[in-house]
Ligand binder design. Structure first.
Ligand code: C5P
Length: 408
């Protein structure tokens, strides 16, 4: 399930060189579960044929309001009433001008005027047309009228020079649309909840160039952050170094060592409803931090590193716990449930996600996981081996079922 599942989405395509990118966006929306229909201007049909959109969406394309043979059916009104989300992409200066002034002189603009659904506008045009005061005035009018407008990207234009006016990449448009839609959907299960997620493996410095770390990729924590956002939460992701792109609509705070992670979590803990400690926090750090790169001893003798324990973040915060629902992870290679249960109690957790990281397809680095969810006084629940996104959803839905973030 995504926020797009079964949504009736009408994509209005106007005529520009970026029209073809609407195809990629439509495909992504359909992959997310949306049911997409297209209305297009006659200019758009000069760039991409209606048949292309019809074949992709498996729905009739609205382009001419006078072609219907059904006397009881007003094409643009039927489409306008069917629409739950309307996206104007690419929106040319001409389409924007018409919409800003309430013109309805073809099927596309008539459908736009006739729908009460939220409207999202993705402008794309030549940079001089974009900065023209008339276009800027029209865009401002759209915002005043309650339409949501994405700022175009800056880069190489079809004209062969660089400027602002490019259609952002479809993935960027989808991320923006998803986040806008979440904000407009008040009944999501985590709406109004503040979720803090930690992710990735900490780094404990030995000297200016070396550190001790672990195999955590951060994928599990990033999946939890993304799903929490999709469920409507305000999400802060406190991330140790990873190679992952930040999920859209999520505030990211980057940290390095266990100590810096503790400081970051501690700062936000009082304003947190659900804390998900998915970070693989180093249990030890070098007792001394050398201020210069450590040299090989001249006699090639063994080098001994002395390690000292890092603060246990969850244990430190347990004493300050009030309304927070706290979720920990236990990555184990033996005695999974016994070790996880011990941590559940000693860290005063509401839920612990136990991971047998010795099993193939489970735990660090991969895209899949299989976990057991343990809660005080409750039967353990073992998930199937599935994607980290599906596991993230299961963890959060379990927390929601427990009333997470609503405790006094
Ligand atoms: O004791 P162990 O490190 O296995 O516990 C794992 C859980 O405790 C994880 O949720 C991890 O983020 C958290 N942890 C912590 N502070 C540490 C080490 C781990 O909060 N120093």
């Amino acid at each position: 399930m995504s926020i797009w599942t079964k949504r009736h989405v009408t994509v209005v395509v106007s005529g520009g060189i970026a029209s073809y990118k609407a195809l990629v966006l439509i495909r992504s929306l359909m992959k997310q579960g949306a049911v997409v229909r297209v209305a297009m201007t006659t200019h758009a049909a000069k760039f991409i044929t209606p048949l292309t959109f019809q074949t992709l969406t498996q729905q009739p394309v609205v382009i001419d309001e006078f072609t219907t043979t059904d006397p009881h059916h007003v094409v643009h009104v039927a489409l306008a009433d069917w629409t739950e989300v309307m996206i104007l992409v690419p929106a040319t200066a001409n389409l924007i001008a018409k919409v800003a002034n309430g013109l309805a002189d073809d099927a596309a603009t008539t459908t736009i005027l006739a729908t009460t659904a939220p409207k999202f506008v993705v402008p794309a045009m030549n940079s001089h047309m974009y900065v023209n005061p008339a276009t800027q005035r029209n865009l401002k009018q759209l915002t005043t009228d309650g339409l949501h407008v994405l700022t175009p990207a800056t880069g190489m234009l079809a004209e062969g020079y660089s400027g602002q006016g490019r259609l952002p990449e479809p993935a960027v448009i989808l991320a923006w649309l998803t986040d806008q839609l979440i904000q407009l959907t008040p009944d999501l299960p985590l709406a109004g909840r503040r979720v803090v997620v930690t992710a990735g493996g900490t780094r404990e410095a030995l000297d200016p160039v070396r550190f001790i770390t672990n195999r955590s990729s951060g994928k599990m924590g990033y999946a939890v952050a993304q799903v929490a956002r999709e469920l409507g939460a305000t999400v802060t992701l406190i991330s140790a170094t990873t190679h992952l792109a930040a999920p859209s609509g999520v505030k990211v705070v980057t940290v390095d060592s266990a100590q810096s992670l503790l400081t970051a979590v501690s700062d936000i803990f009082d304003d947190t409803d659900i804390l998900v400690m998915a970070a693989a926090v180093s249990d030890y750090r070098p007792a001394e931090l050398a201020d210069q790169k450590i040299k090989k001893p001249a006699d090639h003798a063994d080098l001994t590193l002395r390690l000292t324990e890092t603060p246990d973040i969850l244990k430190t915060l347990a004493a300050r716990k009030h309304q927070q629902y706290v979720i920990g992870f236990a990555a184990e290679t033996q005695s999974l449930l016994a070790n996880a249960n011990r941590k559940l109690t000693s860290k005063k957790l509401d839920l612990i996600v136990a991971n047998d990281v010795s099993k193939p397809g489970v735990g660090f680095n991969g895209d899949t996981n299989q976990v057991t969810l343990l809660r005080p006084e409750q039967q353990p629940v073992t998930t199937e081996l599935t994607t980290k996104t599906a596991i993230a959803k299961q963890i959060l839905m379990t927390a929601i079922a427990d009333g997470a973030g609503t405790q006094a």
